[in-house]
Design a protein around this ligand. Sequence first.
Ligand code: ZN
Length: 205
Amino acid sequence: MSNIIVNPYNLTLEEQKIIGEKFKTHTDWDTSDNFDEIKKNIRDFLRIEQDNKCCYCKRELGFDIKEVDIEHIIAKSLHWKFTFEPLNLALSCPGCNTKKGDTNILAKSIVRYPKNSKNVTIIHAHYDKYDENINIIDNCIFEPISKKGSHTITVCELFRIKIAEKKAKEVIVNRSPESKLIDLIVNAPADQLSIAFAELMKRIK
Ligand SMILES: [Zn+2]
């Protein structure tokens, strides 16, 4: 498990120039396509740094664009100047990013980007070691071992993962062999329909 991001992404001079010229406010992050290439480079870089895990729930990130978000640790809507601050960026799953939303995670207001995590109330992926704050049991139960850990669990609603796992298991358990056979019949090519049907009749007799 990646415990902390060791290296933040280094914006190239060219990237800094694009940001300097085109970036005006935080909504540009989502609405402008000027930054697509920069965002891709940040994603590719952080996937390796984070061992392809969400910085909050540590679950594996998917490779589809909809399965990974560039998370702004300090919400860009609250501090738009930190939108491209490398120390403010980490990859998360869309679930954790959505739950965290625009939550203010700063204990006191700031002008400059924090140099350490003292003023940050959740696990800061660049400053705080995950395993000193949260213990993950069976890949789905999140046990807080610090105040920050506890607050991270609350802000990202990490208990949702245990509920999702439980539901997924129920779905699998509840699917009887007969229901799987019915699926087979529905999808069977015409020439194999009678074989699948005969099998089903045998099972339910
Ligand atoms: Zn997550």
